[in-house]
Design a protein around this ligand. Structure first.
Ligand code: C2E
Ligand code: CA
Ligand code: CA
Length: 638
C-alpha cells in the first residue's frame, strides 16, 4: 500500500521541477509576453500545490497530535483549494494566448469566460466561513461538500474550451507546439485518472508539472521561431503568425523594412553585413515595438507585425521609421548610410495569405520608381506581379505566347531582316508586354522554355523559305544573358536549330551588354562556339549599361545595336549628339556593323545617314507585328 513517504516524494519531485522551470524561464528572459506571464502564474500555482502536498504528506498523519499540526493541515488544504481552482482557467487563458484566440474574443465573451473562474474561486476562498467546498470534522477527517463538484465542473468546462480552442487553431500551430500540448493533456488525464482510482496516489500535481515542463521546452522555448543572429522571430514564425492573424480575424499592419544597400554597408564596414545592420537596427526597432512583434524575413529585411489592438496608429510608426532612415546610422562611431525601402500592407485587406506577404518581402522592387515608401495603391504591383507570374506559368501550356516580327532595313530602305519579339495574350490579363513578363520569367526559371519556344517559332518561319525569298539576311532572336552562361547552352541551341534543318546563318542572336564584367570570359567562349557553328551575333541595347567597353568589343560580334535612348537624346541636346556621334565612330573604327533602334522620323534617318550607320529599325517602318501581317508587309514591299 502507498504510504505517506510516497506522497511526500511525489510532492518534493513536483516542487523541484517547478523551481527548475521557473529558474529556467527567468534565465532565458522569457517573461515579457502575456503568454510568458500566464505560464509563470501557472508555475507559481503548481509550486504552491507542491508545497501543500508536502505539508499534507508530513502533517496529515499527525493532525490529531496537537492544535498546531491540525492547523497546518487545515491551512495547507485551504491554500491547495484556493490556488488549484485557478489552474484550469489559467491553462485556458494560456492556450488562448498561445493560439492568439484570446484577442479574438469580444468583451462580452471574455466576461462570460471569466464567470466560472470568479465564482469557483470565491467559493474556495470563502470556505473558512461558508464550508461550501470542504469541511473537517472533529476527528479531523476531511469531507467534500457540494461546491467541490462545482469546481470540478468548472475545471471540466475550461478543459473542454481548451480543446475547442486548440482544435480551431490547429492549422496555425507549429508541429512542436501541437505535440507539447497533446502531451500535456494526456499526462494530466493520466494523473487525474490515477488519483481518482487511488486517492492516496497524489500524482496529479506531479503530472501537471511534468506536462508543463514539456510545454516549457517546446512552447515557451521558441528556438524554432527565433533567428539566432538577431534574437528576433524568423521567417517560419512570420508565416505562422500571419496565418494566425488571418485565422483569428485580427487586423494587422505589416511594416516591411528592406535595407537596399546591404552589400555596400558590408564593404564599408568590412564585416558580415547582416550582423552590422542588425546591430544598428535592432535596438532602434525595439524602441518602436516589443521584440516579439519583430521578424527577420531575410538578411537585411525586417518585418513588424503591428496589431491594431496594440498599435492603433501604424501610420505614425511608418512615418517615424521613414524619418529615421533620412538620418545617419552609426556603427562603432563610424557613420553608415543605410538606405531602406519601407512597405506597409494591411492584413487582411490587402494581403489574403502569407504567400502574398512573402511576395512583397522577396520580390524585386519596381524598377521604374525611386520611391522609398510603398503603401496602399503602391503595393498593387505585387498583386500584378503575382498575376503575371501565374500567367507566365500557364503561358506555354495554354499557348498564350506569340512571336511578333519587327522588320529591319538597310539605309536605302531595303528590307534587311527582322527581330523576333515575344508577345503574350493571357486569357485573364489580356496582352502583356515582354518588358513586364520577361524579367518575371527569368526569376521563376521559365525563361529557358520560353526562349526555346521563340527559337523554334523562328526556325519554323525560316523553314517556310519566305525569309530567303524576300531577300532577308537574318532573323534576330533575343537571348537572356543568364541563360547563355548555363552549361550545355550551345548544345541545346544547336540541337533545336538542327532539328528543323535550317541554315544557321539565318539566325542572329541578340544579347544585352549589361552583365557583370567577370562573366565576359564565359560569354565570350559561348559566342565563339555559336559563331563557329555558323550563327550570327549582335550586341543589343548598346549604350545603356555600364559595362566594360573594351570587354564588349573583344567579343566576336557581327552587329552592334545602338539603343534607342542614344538616338532620342541626340535630338534633345548637344551632349546627346556628341555621345551618339562618337559612339558610332568608335564602333565603326573597330569595324563592326551598326544598327540603330527606335527610328521614328524621317529626320532621324537623315541624321543616321550622315553618320553612316548600316541598318535601321523602328516604328517609322513598322511596329512589331504578327507573322501573317509581317508576311503581308514584306510581300507588298517586294
Ligand atoms: P529589345 O530587344 O531592345 O527590343 C526592342 C524593343 O523596342 C521592342 O519592345 C520594340 O517594340 C521596341 N521598339 C522598336 N522600335 C521602336 C521605336 O521606333 N519606338 C519605340 N518607342 N519602341 C520601339 P518590346 O517588343 O516590348 O520588347 C521589349 C524587350 O523585351 C526587348 O527589348 C527584349 O529585351 C525583350 N524581349 C522581347 N522578346 C524577347 C524574347 O523572345 N526573348 C527574350 N529573352 N527577351 C525578349
Ligand atoms: Ca532585342
Ligand atoms: Ca534593343
Amino acid at each position: 500500500m502507498l504510504d505517506f513517504s510516497f506522497a511526500l516524494g511525489v510532492s518534493v519531485a513536483a516542487l523541484m521541477l517547478c523551481i527548475v522551470n521557473i529558474i529556467y524561464t527567468f534565465i532565458q528572459g522569457r517573461v515579457d509576453k502575456t503568454q510568458n506571464k500566464i505560464f509563470l502564474i501557472i508555475l507559481a500555482i503548481l509550486m504552491i500545490n507542491s508545497c501543500t502536498g508536502i505539508s499534507q504528506a508530513l502533517f496529515n498523519p499527525l493532525r490529531m497530535v496537537n492544535d498546531e499540526t491540525g492547523m497546518i493541515v487545515k491551512v495547507s488544504r485551504y491554500l491547495y483549494f484556493a490556488t488549484h481552482t485557478a489552474l484550469c482557467p489559467m491553462f485556458f487563458y494560456y492556450v488562448s494566448s498561445v493560439t492568439g484566440q484570446s484577442l479574438r474574443l469580444t468583451k462580452m465573451r471574455n466576461v462570460i469566460y471569466t464567470i466560472p473562474f470568479v465564482v469557483t474561486e470565491f467559493m474556495a476562498l470563502s470556505n473558512p466561513i461558508t464550508n461550501w467546498v470542504w469541511t473537517m470534522d472533529e476527528n479531523m477527517e476531511f469531507h467534500r461538500n457540494w461546491a467541490e463538484y462545482l469546481i470540478y465542473l468548472a475545471a471540466l468546462l475550461y478543459f473542454v474550451s481548451c480543446f475547442i480552442t486548440l482544435g480551431s487553431a490547429w492549422a496555425v500551430l507549429a508541429e512542436k507546439r501541437k505535440m507539447a500540448l497533446v502531451f500535456f493533456f494526456v499526462l494530466v488525464g493520466v494523473g487525474v485518472l490515477i488519483q481518482l482510482i487511488n486517492k492516496n496516489a497524489k500524482v496529479e500535481v506531479l503530472t501537471e508539472v511534468i506536462g508543463f515542463t514539456g510545454v516549457m521546452m517546446s512552447v515557451e522555448n521558441e528556438d524554432d521561431r527565433i533567428d539566432f543572429g538577431m534574437g528576433f522571430y524568423n521567417r517560419a514564425a512570420l508565416n505562422l503568425d500571419i496565418m494566425g492573424a488571418l485565422h483569428n480575424n485580427r487586423k494587422v499592419s505589416l511594416l516591411v523594412i528592406r535595407i537596399t544597400n546591404a552589400s555596400i554597408v558590408a564593404k564599408q564596414t568590412g564585416t558580415e553585413n547582416s550582423g552590422v545592420i542588425s546591430d544598428m537596427i535592432s535596438d532602434y526597432l525595439k524602441m518602436i515595438t516589443k521584440r516579439y512583434y519583430i521578424y527577420v524575413a531575410n538578411p537585411g529585411t525586417f518585418v513588424l507585425m503591428l496589431y491594431k489592438s496594440v498599435h492603433p496608429n501604424p501610420e505614425e510608426i511608418l512615418e517615424t521609421v521613414a524619418n529615421r532612415f533620412e538620418n545617419t546610422w552609426f556603427y562603432h562611431g563610424q557613420s553608415v548610410p543605410l538606405n531602406a525601402v519601407l512597405m506597409m500592407a494591411e492584413l487582411p485587406g490587402q494581403m489574403k495569405d502569407p504567400v502574398s506577404v512573402f511576395y512583397m518581402i522577396d520580390s524585386p522592387l519596381p524598377a521604374d520608381t525611386d520611391k522609398k515608401v510603398f503603401r496602399g495603391e503602391d503595393l498593387n504591383y505585387i498583386m500584378r506581379r503575382q498575376d503575371v507570374e501565374s500567367a507566365v506559368s500557364r503561358g506555354l501550356k495554354e499557348s498564350s505566347f506569340e512571336v511578333y516580327y519587327q522588320p529591319t532595313y538597310f539605309m536605302d530602305k531595303r528590307l534587311h531582316g527582322a527581330e523576333a519579339l515575344l508577345r503574350m495574350h493571357d486569357r485573364e490579363l489580356g496582352d502583356i508586354y515582354p518588358d513586364e513578363f520577361i524579367p518575371i520569367a527569368e526569376q521563376i526559371g521559365m525563361i529557358d522554355p520560353i526562349d526555346d519556344y521563340v527559337l523554334e517559332e523562328v526556325c519554323r518561319f525560316i523553314k517556310t523559305g519566305l525569309p530567303k525569298k524576300f531577300g532577308m539576311d537574318s532573323i534576330n532572336v533575343n537571348l537572356s544573358v543568364m541563360q547563355c552562361m548555363q552549361p550545355g547552352f550551345v548544345k541545346r541551341i544547336n540541337g533545336i536549330v538542327e532539328r528543323y534543318g535550317v541554315e544557321k546563318r539565318f539566325i542572329n542572336f541578340e544579347i544585352t551588354e549589361s552583365i557583370a564584367a567577370s562573366d565576359y570570359r564565359i560569354l565570350s567562349s559561348v559566342i565563339s562556339s555559336l559563331k563557329q557553328e555558323g550563327f550570327m551575333f549582335s550586341m543589343d541595347d548598346y549604350g545603356t549599361g555600364y559595362s566594360n567597353v573594351s570587354a564588349v568589343f573583344s567579343l566576336n560580334l557581327d552587329v552592334v545595336k545602338i539603343d534607342k535612348s542614344l538616338l532620342w537624346n541626340a535630338e534633345k541636346s548637344e551632349l546627346g549628339m556628341i555621345i551618339l556621334e562618337n559612339t558610332i565612330r568608335m564602333i565603326q573604327q573597330i569595324k563592326k556593323r551598326i544598327l540603330v533602334e527606335g527610328v521614328e522620323t524621317e529626320a532621324q534617318i537623315e541624321l543616321l545617314e550622315k553618320f553612316g550607320v548600316d541598318y535601321l529599325q523602328g516604328f517609322y517602318f513598322s511596329k512589331p507585328i504578327p507573322k501573317s501581317v509581317f508576311i503581308e508587309l514584306i510581300s507588298r514591299e517586294l
